[in-house]
Design a protein around this ligand. Structure first.
Ligand code: BG6
Length: 293
């Protein structure tokens, strides 16, 4: 992948909030991607405006995950299964990725960022790997996260493309696509619950890990918009809104911001962790788009 002077039309290397970042433009859309965490913080289309949500209280600092956009949870999701002192959601979201280049592909611009195992990652994840995020910006935003086993022993990993989506008011939207799916409810502790009815509505803190491989649509009447989350090679969908009390407890989340967002995360979490033999690669993709309602 190249990034010649001619490519400056669609890819600009900038600094934002003191961090290295890329501004990508194609087809009337624009995205902001930090190298810190390979973190897509904004995706705006000409027709529908900003589709992602970013907290006004987000902290931009090495070692800290940015609140909003699309943090990458890798190689584990949530708390580490055996070491509570290890960082929640793994280390990918707090490590600087390397910019490998960008190029035009039809109506879109595609850029690639990478992270390889090193002494630091080995302390918490003793496996050799190379991870790549391919960000494609055009009419839609596509994020493809590939993990390659570069060592000589098999390993398992979890992943979530932890997408924060902007909504008019989470209490007024309807989430479609999870009807009938089974889920673990991290708020009540219930395991193997079943999603009744075709739509999910929100009336309190919501933190659910669904067994689901398909599309989720957010129907947002007030914005006259349907936001669509498609995915490939993902067997888990996480849906999260912290509601009032949890939002207050988070230093990097404004007390009154919770109605404006919902997370719909393309993931592979236990028992659907990915098992990767030596030399094998696995790619999970999430594709975000919108249509007028
Ligand atoms: C969600 C989890 O994916 O991320 C929640 O299911 C968690 O349990 C949320 O609270 C935010 O996590 P963090 O580490 O970014 O505060």
């Amino acid at each position: 992948m190249q990034n010649s002077a001619a490519d400056a039309r669609h890819t600009e290397q900038i600094e934002a909030h003191g961090l290295k970042a890329l501004r990508l433009r194609a087809c009337g859309s624009e995205a902001l991607v930090y190298l810190h965490g390979a973190h897509v913080a904004s995706f705006r289309t000409r027709e529908h405006g900003e589709l992602l949500w970013l907290s006004e209280s987000a902290i931009y600092s090495p070692g800290k995950a940015i609140r909003g956009g699309v943090p990458i949870c890798f190689p584990w999701f949530g708390a580490h299964p055996t070491e509570p002192s290890f960082p929640a959601h793994g280390f990918a979201r707090t490590r600087e990725f390397r910019f490998e280049g960008a190029e035009e592909r039809g109506d879109s611009v595609l850029c690639e960022l990478s992270l390889a195992s090193d002494e630091q990652t080995a302390k918490v994840f003793p496996h050799a790997f190379r991870a790549r995020l391919r960000v494609s910006v055009g009419r839609e935003l596509s994020l493809a996260f590939e993990v390659e086993n570069t060592g000589d022993a098999e390993f398992d990993y979890e992943l979530a493309l932890h997408t924060y989506l902007g909504v008019s008011d989470v209490r007024q939207i309807a989430l479609e696509g999870l009807g009938g799916a089974s889920y673990d409810d991290k708020v009540s502790g219930a395991r193997g619950a079943r999603q009744e009815g075709a739509t999910l509505r929100f009336d309190g803190e919501t933190d659910r890990v669904y067994d689901s491989t398909g599309r989720v649509t957010i129907d947002d009447a007030a914005l006259r918009r349907r936001t669509i989350v498609d995915k490939t090679a993902s067997r888990t969908t996480v849906v999260w809104n912290p509601w009032i009390d949890k939002a207050k407890r988070m230093a990097d989340f404004g007390d009154d911001e919770w109605p404006g967002m919902v997370c719909v995360e393309a993931a592979n979490t236990s028992p659907h962790a990915v098992r990767l033999p030596p030399e094998a690669k696995h790619t999970t993709t999430t594709i975000i788009s919108a249509e007028t309602r």
